[in-house]
Design a protein around this ligand. Structure first.
Ligand SMILES: NC(=O)c1ccc[n+]([C@@H]2O[C@H](COP(=O)([O-])OP(=O)(O)OC[C@H]3O[C@@H](n4cnc5c(N)ncnc54)[C@H](O)[C@@H]3O)[C@@H](O)[C@H]2O)c1
Length: 306
């Protein structure tokens, strides 16, 4: 199992680290355009191998795609992160050029790879990847919902005063401050609806804190977060590499599901060796459907800027 991670910045390096620590891949190639950065991060990470007990071989390369050849899975984190006060959508001009060039080089050297798109604005970058590579839809997956759901569970556990392992919940929709849809109706503490424990007002606050989860961290850190994004990607990579058939909310090119088509938006999907094995359609309430439509509209608007 060979995995390439493009972009050896904060998210890419964190992702490579979590993949290595989970010890399921034979090889991770980190690639960056900045001379020496990927080589340095790969060497630093390899020097944690004896300490953390993994055998995954991590190599770093500066823009040399021949070293990524025959990768099974490629993760795209190259591009600019947002600064405090910025929206993800404001990154489109710079990142669309980077993502288009990077995916073209990746596909040239790894024609059978499954691509996981992380760069923002992620739903639009996943859409761009579909349009520019024309790969089947099961092989292009956007990462956003896995991270947003982890943030949702963090906020739910905080509100409940419960350990996070007691909590389950999912976020659908656009990966943006306004477009994401934390599904409080379906969230549970050990199978009991969270509405049994939390007032409507408290649930509203959980929802709002989840939606601005990324912006809150960007304000604190001066750049966007990396640990949880890296962990979210590594979970998806593992589900594909180990054919786990796990369900994650991912940005998927829809073809009529949820009444939507020709856009990538966060919906639950089963991930396995073929990438997206199945898009899961869950019954939504009218209010949730209307939020999905608003979210889809917002994505189409950003896609229109490509
Ligand atoms: N989808 C999500 O949930 C999510 C979460 C966090 C961050 N992000 C996005 O991921 C991206 C990376 O964030 P980061 O914090 O790691 O940024 P970063 O600046 O730390 O790293 C980005 C790296 O990409 C490299 N790069 C730029 N152009 C390149 C090219 N053409 N080829 C190869 N490498 C190139 C840069 O040299 C840099 O090292 C941003 O767009 C950010 O908004 C998405």
């Amino acid at each position: 199992m060979k995995i390439t991670v493009v972009g050896a910045g904060a998210v890419g390096a964190s992702c490579a680290e979590y993949i290595a620590i989970k010890n399921f891949a034979s090889e991770v190639v980190l690639l960056d355009i900045k001379e020496g950065l990927a080589e340095g991060k790969a060497m630093d990470l390899m020097q944690t191998a004896s300490l953390n007990g993994f055998d995954t071989k991590i190599t770093g390369v500066t823009n040399d795609y021949s070293k990524t050849a025959k990768s099974d899975i490629c993760v795209i984190t190259s591009g600019v992160p947002r600064k405090p006060g910025m929206t993800r959508e404001e990154l489109i001009d710079v990142n669309s050029g980077i993502v288009k060039a990077v995916t073209s080089s990746l596909v040239e050297h790894s024609p059978n790879a499954i691509l996981i798109v992380v760069s923002n604005p992620m739903d639009t970058m996943a859409y761009l990847t579909h349009k520019s590579t024309k790969l089947p839809r099961n092989r292009i997956i956007g990462m956003g919902g896995a991270l947003d759901s982890a943030r949702f569970k963090y906020r739910l556990a905080e509100a409940l005063g419960a350990p996070i392992s007691d909590v389950d919940g999912m976020v659908m929709g656009m990966h943006s401050d306004t477009g994401m849809i934390p599904l409080t109706r379906l969230a549970t503490r050990n199978s009991v609806p969270v509405s049994s424990f939390l007032s409507l007002e408290r649930l509203e606050k959980v929802m709002e804190d989840t939606k601005v989860g990324g912006a809150t961290l960007t304000k604190l850190l001066g750049t966007s977060a990396w640990y949880a994004p890296g962990a979210a990607v590594s979970g998806m990579v593992q589900a594909i590499a180990c054919d786990q058939k796990k369900m994650f909310p991912c940005s998927v090119m829809l073809d009529g599901e949820y009444g939507l088509s020709d856009l990538c938006i966060g919906v639950p999907a089963i991930l396995g060796r073929n990438g997206i094995e199945k898009v899961v359609e869950i019954e939504l309430t009218d209010a949730e459907k209307s939020k999905m439509e608003t979210s889809a509209e917002a994505i189409r608007k950003v896609n229109g800027l490509l």
